[in-house]
Design a protein around this ligand. Sequence first.
Ligand SMILES: Cc1cc2nc3c(=O)[nH]c(=O)nc-3n(C[C@H](O)[C@H](O)[C@H](O)COP(=O)(O)OP(=O)(O)OC[C@H]3O[C@@H](n4cnc5c(N)ncnc54)[C@H](O)[C@@H]3O)c2cc1C
Length: 1011
Amino acid sequence: MTKPNSLLTQPNSPGLNQASARRTPLSDTQYAAGLRIFQNCTAYRDFIVPQLSRSETVLACLPGHLIRRIKRYVAYEPNDVFAEILEGSMGTEEVLPCLNLAAQVHRTSFDLETSTGDEKFDLILFCHSMSDMKPSHASITRALSMLTQHGIVVVFHRDGTLDFGSLVCTQTASFPTGLVCMADIDAVLDDFAAFIAGGSSEDAARAIWRELCRSFGVRRHDQLSFSAPEVMYAFNCHATSLSELTDLVLVVKEDRAIKNREARLQRPAAIARPTDTRQVQQCVQWVLRNEFSLTVIGGGHGGHCLKGNVFAVDMSAFDKVHLTAVEKTEEGREGIGKNLGALVVAEAGSTTGDIIRKTMAAGLTVPLGSRPTVGAGLWLQGGIGHLSRLHGLSCDAIIGTILVSVASGQILCVGHVPEQHIPRGAVRPANEADLLWAVKGAGTNFGIVMSVTFKAYPAPVYSTRNWVVPLADEAEALLQIRKFDTLVARDLDQKCSADACLYCKDHRLHLGVAVIEAYNSNFTRVLLTPAFEADIWGSGSDIKTVDGFGLFETEIYVYGMHGGHAGGKSSAFKRCIFLKNIGDKKIASRLVAAIKAQPSQFCYLHMIQGGGAVGDIAEEATAFGCRDWEYACVITGVWPREEGDDSELARSVKQWVYNVAEDLLPLSCGAYDPSNVLAHACPFPAASKLKLIILVTGEICAGKDHRAYKEQHRLALTAYFEEQVRQRPLLPDEHFLDMVHNAVGVDVLLITGIRDNAPVASFSHLVPECRLIEVNVCASENTRCMRRGSGEDNHDNDVDLTQMNYRPDLIFNNDETGDDAAQMFAESYLLPFLHSDLNLLAEMVREVPNFPRSGIDFRHVLGIAHQAGGLALCTDLLESRFPGDWAKIGAIACCGIGGIAFASALALRVDVPLPTSYISAMLSSSSEEALIEVERDVIPKGRPAVVIDDVLSSGSTLCALLDLLITAGVAAENIDVMVIAEFPVHRGRELLRNRGFGTIRVQSLLVVEGV
Ligand SMILES: Cc1cc2nc3c(=O)[nH]c(=O)nc-3n(C[C@H](O)[C@H](O)[C@H](O)COP(=O)(O)OP(=O)(O)OC[C@H]3O[C@@H](n4cnc5c(N)ncnc54)[C@H](O)[C@@H]3O)c2cc1C
């Protein structure tokens, strides 16, 4: 799919303006109709645009513990349609149950004059359009003055259309690939165009608008889609504090020439230009004090050195490169060889060209990249060049660094840094070895790097030899790519690197090949050997011999093709994918197909050879863990600069780059994404989602690790904790969530020492995405006395299970010594929670977006029964997971259509009667109450019953059914409940417990996130 055009970021397009010349302001209903098009647009659901996807219910979507923190709600909504919705929903206790004062909805815009008052708020959201609030930074500044000490103002908006002046952001997020999609129907397009233009128009103009929409939008089936990038800015109450810094450091608004055009489009809050380490430290300390974000500008070639309203630090003043004399042998420091040889200290504002020029003068070099203007971002994030096969990546040559930590503001000295280049006040951090590891590949993530120390190598001279091979058709292209891979590159000496470039010229595919050999007096030259005179593509262009600086200038095929990239006046957008075996037909044909699909004749695929020293380093030795590749394939989208960066051509070229990357990714060994180096360059396992939390409760000394000192202070600690909870009732929730949030990359979390009563009922709504179970550990009194070591029977602190008014999910008898019993227990009762059958079942729960109303994603649990094998799987699971004996069960009870579907299949399977219960009548159409009835005497006296239901959400239906069973003579201890899916967010277990059913065992096959 090509990327749709951004009609949304071009509201001033001449066509639209011309057509809008006689537009009348939108009525509230017309405005609402336009906005609903965005609301129904699924592409926004993944992003933080709640105002667009769930305008009425944004707060209702918060987890319960946050909702209960909302004591005051005030809204400014000039549109009557939405104001009415807000008044209806926010006024109700169901949405905001803990308001101290009634919700207030002002039917007007938030404006500087009317919205006065001294009231303070924790959260101020600017949603929808800010078009009524001009200038926008003044409205934000006004809102900032209404914040509590730790409050934040959050703005959600279309990207590229707001100017917040010098307000400094604490956080930003962007959604550049946002799409708005709609049916290609006149009426829908009329609503949409009027919304974008900000007014409705006469019939004739409407027809022009429709045409404009159709020409701008990308059609897919009967849908039109438009690019709609979105951003979020969060400001805290310090957002206006830039003046605190301006006395200390030179601060400017615009930067020197940032080379990357995407970055150049961003409007940072301010750019500091420090000139010494102390000033950099002051910048970081100011950022930390005010909880801001920051970016760093190195060579300015990356797309992330500037961000909208984020504070930036420009390192251009630190542009020196220092050479140190040959060092003596150094022992002992992590990661450095014995003989360090010559070292190069490159300050962070220096460029590739600065380093090469300085080192070459001393007969030395550092393995860097192919362009002289590229800066520190290259060596901090990897760095691939013509010496990589011989000496490794640029980051592999780093042996030390000085950085200002963005965690502490301290100046850190890491690894080997020559004494004279260690600034005053620098400290060696405790995690020094880890930091050195991290800087080698992910160096932009931990602080502002002031300088790095490189190992230097003897400077070589380079021979280059080029071939340009015109390709008649696809078959020939595949053949030549295979020749390049297998005959030229595969067995190439490590001193050489072979690059290939696939491109089109005069509508014909071409393969350009360059072999570059690095040599000095120590090496025998490879390019002059008979193998390279052999008949692959003939002798090629003349062999040129250049030095390290000359290599930048060498007109090898990449710079010469297409007439030198549109005469050198071009813009480019690149992404890099690591590949092996490009001669393999599967990969080669995708490369050829990519070039055939290029939207501009200037695009190309550049395969830079890896292997050699790159792969000699172990994957886990540096943060650049992706080592096992043969080619870095740089997918390069190019368009003539005169077309403009926001032109249709530029957008489709970028989309082409993304498409090709997506297509090659499954065949690749990894990808290099500078915005997410850790995620892509390191083969870390993907963060796993927490699946199961086991809360271990139990009587004192029921565990095997009884410690006397714990007992000695238990009473005092318990009293202290209870007092804390009295002062901060949500403390247990906070402790629990802290533990969960710290469990990164964990599948199963075990939390021991839980003393809370009925912890599953209390905490499960806090983690609605995973299953929470309680295992109560018990032991006989004798065992506990023995473990206590006193022989005395001191019961003071014991929890008496019989006194508990709830039932733990599982009870483990811990009388035996050794691990066998625990292992058997885990295998029999805990591992089944992770069984793949449950995943299979979960996949059968279909999601129905926007049902029964907008903003609700309905989970169709009953739909399991409609799917092939669904009912049988459910029945198997219900049958096998029931902990009791089916033969003893007197009845299976259920209620409603959902319960009956599953209960009847189970009843047949286990041969237990299914007495008919039914919802007899709705009491009134406005009430949600219903009457549940069951035939008299259908449940045999004294026999247990199992309740089967499809869903446990709020628990009210289940409570009614349990009431009915108990009235019908079934004792509570004889009832088990099994449900197919539980939605913990509705706190059903808590309701059951509050209604006196806490001792009834409730099991759910699935735990489902969502409402
Ligand atoms: C024309 C061109 C040629 C290229 N050739 C090669 C090549 O041959 N080999 C190769 O591997 N790559 C190459 N690249 C990719 C290049 O390495 C990356 O784009 C790199 O991030 C650019 O670094 P920079 O310092 O110039 O850019 P910047 O945008 O200034 O920095 C890039 C990133 O590094 C961060 N950063 C910069 N300085 C510091 C610092 N002191 N402390 C902490 N973070 C910092 C920035 O915040 C930003 O996130 C090339 C790119 C271009 C545009």
